[in-house]
Ligand binder design. Structure first.
Ligand code: 5GP
Ligand code: SF4
Ligand code: MG
Length: 478
């Protein structure tokens, strides 16, 4: 998972606004950040660094960078390649001019692309799929950079929401399936492109519309020019997990408020609509209140309280000075990280029966640890409610969900999960309930991590372990 941001102006210097846009997209990636632009000599330049935006980049330097178009990227920490050379935007000056690319998503035909590019002499510097797009562009020397980009994107499969800088201008592009969000914003004559609309508010811009699946939008002194990729998608594949967890609640995607979608997920969960669950002899009818796992479970818990008529208590406190970066990928540190980050309030839980709402169970680590901590507070009963369906399959479209072996719902029955996390009952929202809460047609959403229905059968093969290179890539998702 990553975040991308682009800015184009006829008059204003925009590098600092890209920095601010990245700050608003920080939740989409905390491993590294970068900003790129084309200088007055027509060469691409970039600043990149490891860590959070404010650690990786120097706002003062960017505020003095006199460019009217720039792009930026925040990268999500993954199990493998957490290093500066993987930081984006990736940049090159090739025969036809400068190019800088910032990518959110994951291409699923990287092996094929790589094989054919290497056969033509390409030398890859990294394992990144974004580099394949760059090579595809650079190999089309008879075409203009924009034509080369259109050609390159037509060769790809899988997920990409891109912002690209070319001599022709700023380009926003979204794969034909529309896996990852990408939005267009405006302030005066300035245009902005961002992974999520929440980035527009910070710079006083407003959301114009989403970039359409398969659309390649050129923004330059002539205004906006829209191109379309030739691949027919048949249906939409917008990531439903964006609504569950990834996107910020103040973002609007495809006209749907992420906050409202999450709230509705919680409400439907409370009403038990179409979900799956398991209950011990204790059921949730004895519950005194609804608590949540901050911050990701907050909005769904608000909806759950509404749907159940129970009071809402902020009974688990989050240490706001400990960020996600603190939690490194190893399981041991992850466990300690959860303890440092979240703390249940004994005064609220003691002697009470509580409903605990979180947005998702992936490995089951967070919920298990928090339930154990709440038990230490002498809670009478604890009912875990998850406002999305069980995650049973890995994602190959740009999110670092672990392999099936680590996904608790892929390995265990609901009874086993409830007992391993120590909950008296466990209930998940069903897929239909989630789709209805999102409020978009089911055939416009990707739900593959819940139901295993991938865009391509070959993506599914990799889940079963037959396609080793894809598994390798799944561990290095961007
Ligand atoms: P678990 O501890 O079960 O592995 O992860 C579930 C928790 O992590 C939930 O509270 C959810 O908000 C959050 N979560 C869900 N998906 C992801 C993900 O892909 N990456 C990270 N870092 N957290 C996630
Ligand atoms: Fe989103 Fe899940 Fe589809 Fe990945 S598999 S794009 S996380 S819905
Ligand atoms: Mg969480």
């Amino acid at each position: 998972m990553c975040g991308v941001f682009g800015a184009y102006s006829k008059n204003d210097y925009v590098a600092e606004e890209v920095y601010l846009g990245l700050l608003a997209l920080q939740h989409r990636g905390q491993e590294s950040a970068g900003v790129a632009w084309i200088d007055s000599f027509g060469r691409v330049n970039a600043v990149k660094g490891m860590g959070l935006v404010y650690e990786a980049l120097d706002q003062k330097v960017l505020s003095k960078t006199t460019v009217t178009a720039a792009i930026g990227h925040v990268r999500y920490s993954t199990a493998g390649g957490s290093m500066l050379q993987n930081a984006q935007p990736i940049c090159a000056n090739y025969a036809q001019g400068p190019v800088a690319i910032a990518h959110n998503g994951n291409l699923t035909n990287l092996d094929d692309l790589r094989t054919s590019l290497e056969a033509r002499g390409a030398i890859f510097q990294s394992t990144s799929d974004t580099e394949a797009i760059l090579h595809l562009v650079a190999h089309q020397t008879e075409k203009s950079p924009l034509e080369a980009l259109l050609y390159a994107l037509d060769q790809t499969r899988g997920a990409f929401s891109l912002v690209v800088l070319l001599e022709e201008g700023l380009v926003a592009a979204r794969d034909p399936w529309g896996f990852r969000p990408l939005a267009l914003g405006k302030r005066g004559d300035n245009y902005y492109v961002a992974s999520e609309s929440c980035a527009f508010s910070l710079i006083g811009a407003t959301l114009v519309r989403d970039i359409e699946p398969g659309e390649v939008l050129l923004i330059n002194e002539k205004g906006l020019t829209s191109f379309h990729l030739t691949t027919e998608s048949g249906r939409g594949w917008l990531c439903s997990f964006e609504f569950v967890y990834f996107a910020r609640p103040d973002s609007v995607i495809e006209g749907r408020s992420v906050y409202r979608a999450r709230q509705e997920m919680g409400r439907r969960l409370a009403m038990g609509i179409g979900g799956e669950g398991c209950f011990s002899e204790m059921n949730a009818s004895d519950a005194d209140f609804v608590a949540y796992l901050p911050d990701s479970g907050t909005t769904a818990a608000i909806g759950y309280a509404e749907g159940s008529g129970l009071p809402f208590e902020a009974a688990v406190v989050r240490n706001r000075y400990v960020g996600r970066t603190f939690i490194q990928p190893t399981q041991r540190v992850r466990e300690l990280g959860v303890r440092i980050k979240l703390s249940p309030s004994e005064a609220i839980f003691s002697g009470k029966s509580a409903i605990l709402v979180d947005d998702s169970l992936v490995r089951g680590t967070t919920a298990g640890l928090v339930v154990a901590m709440i038990r230490e507070c002498d809670a009478r009963a604890l009912h875990l409610r998850i406002s999305s369906p069980p995650v049973r399959y890995p994602c190959y479209y740009g999110i670092d969900t672990p392999s099936r072996g680590e996904l608790v719902a892929a390995q265990h029955s609901l009874e086993e999960i409830a007992s391993s996390v120590g909950a008296d009952s466990l209930y998940y929202l069903g897929k239909e309930g989630m789709i209805d809460a999102i409020g978009l047609p089911g055939n416009s959403l990707c739900t593959a991590c819940f139901d295993g229905l991938y865009l391509d059968e070959r993506d599914r093969e990799s889940v079963c372990g037959f396609h080793n290179s894809q598994i390798l890539r799944a561990e290095n998702l961007t």
